[in-house]
Design a protein around this ligand. Sequence first.
Ligand code: FMN
Length: 140
Amino acid sequence: MNLVLDLFRTRRSYRKYSEKPIDEAVLKQIMEVGLISPTGDNFKTVELILIKDKDLLNEIASMRKAAAMLRHAGAAIIVLVNTQKTDLWIEDGAISASYMYLAADALGIGSCWIQVRARDAVDGKEFEENFKRNSIYQSI
Ligand SMILES: Cc1cc2nc3c(=O)[nH]c(=O)nc-3n(C[C@H](O)[C@H](O)[C@H](O)COP(=O)(O)O)c2cc1C
């Protein structure tokens, strides 16, 4: 039995959550994995924002149908990549998110990737541009 291979085989996306708060230490471990994930040229380009505030989670949930499950989530982790540091930002961000997907599963936390890059918000405007104008972005 290889635990890592088992994790790869059994990991799934979860879109229904129990509303139980997630232990701070567990969130820290998941984010640590997201930050030690490999980056092109080892430039360490990834930055993470942890959102636990219910109002903020609801606000993001209302911006895109595919994000609706955030209304019941204990937390969201936003993956940002510094485009000034690398031209491989899509790859760096995707790897970090993938690592956290697996780490969450290993720690018994159901999670789901929510795509916002290159996607529109419900008002038909680009999600990222909307997000930057939003109170969430202004408050971080
Ligand atoms: C790049 C990428 C974008 C995704 N975007 C969304 C999304 O916006 N909303 C969602 O509910 N699931 C999203 N997912 C989850 C996929 O739908 C899911 O991984 C796929 O259906 C396979 O299911 P599994 O993860 O349970 O194996 C995304 C996954 C990836 C890798």
